[in-house]
Design a binder for this molecule. Sequence first.
Ligand SMILES: Cc1cc2nc3c(=O)[nH]c(=O)nc-3n(C[C@H](O)[C@H](O)[C@H](O)COP(=O)(O)O)c2cc1C
Length: 309
Amino acid sequence: MKIFYAPVQGYTDAPYRHFHALTYSPADIYCAPFMHIEHGEPRRRDIRDISTSLNENLQLLPQILFKDFNEFKLLSDAVAGCGYSSVDLNLGCPFPPQVKKGRGAGMITNLPCLNQIAESMNSSADGLSYSIKMRLGTVDARQWREIVPIINDMPLSHVTIHPRVASQQYSGELFMEEFEEALKVLRHPVVFNGDIHTPQDITDMASRYPELYGLMIGRGLLARPSLIEEWRSGTEMDRELQIDRLLSMHTSLLSHYESCLCGDSQILSKIKPFWEYPSEIIGHRSAKLIRKAGSLNSYNNAVSTIGSL
Ligand SMILES: Cc1cc2nc3c(=O)[nH]c(=O)nc-3n(C[C@H](O)[C@H](O)[C@H](O)COP(=O)(O)O)c2cc1C
């Protein structure tokens, strides 16, 4: 069963992915946060994120967020132009302004656009292979059913399902019965995504749904970057070892940012998010000191308290 590192905008950008794959047993596939249109063209920063040589040590799946066929085409052409042969379509983003404009989870209700995309996938030879990452709906967990015939008609490599609706954002009940129904009726390989935090969670999901193509993990991996390694090796790391490995990844990531960014505030804005999710491992007092640090000097002092507070 494949393990996908979920796309998490603002956290899993190219340097993070690169140093995660170097420090830990890597995910089988790293999903890039969504690319989108800004001022009528694919945002430059998104293009840089998937084009940098930092992606060379891992398997990357770029993702696009679109509101109509035109945006879909512009973005998928941009992904192909960067040399990729696969692209993931975001039908899950729950951010209300995007959903309102019909992007992300908002696309689940746009049957005409999905039909047009299916037709284009089936008729054009653009050399791209497609996958979908979706929620069950915007407000109703049964909405996905309406798009099953269209999705089943698309030539997809897999469909990832986060079994929540957009209005829940990232918390609340997972609609597992709806997920199980989707697993039955989708004719594509299915990847499950949502609330996986421990090696035992991975084992449990794999034995509960042996037919799954993969598991996608986001916040669980950000909080515990050793998660895949622990699951693969069958041995959980103690806190001391987890801290050692986190600090090792952090040293590489920080030197990378110091080599390419200028000034404390730029560097701090890129490196601080690294510590937001692993606060259980590093302890809340160190996490707070890191959050409050206003200069690189006080930041480094805060990091040096990890494991001793
Ligand atoms: C801050 C944040 C940013 C996210 N950015 C993306 C994104 O760019 N594309 C996407 O498909 N999902 C995005 N997600 C959703 C995650 O990929 C994932 O589906 C969600 O966190 C549930 O999985 P988890 O419980 O393993 O974290 C984001 C989630 C968070 C919390």
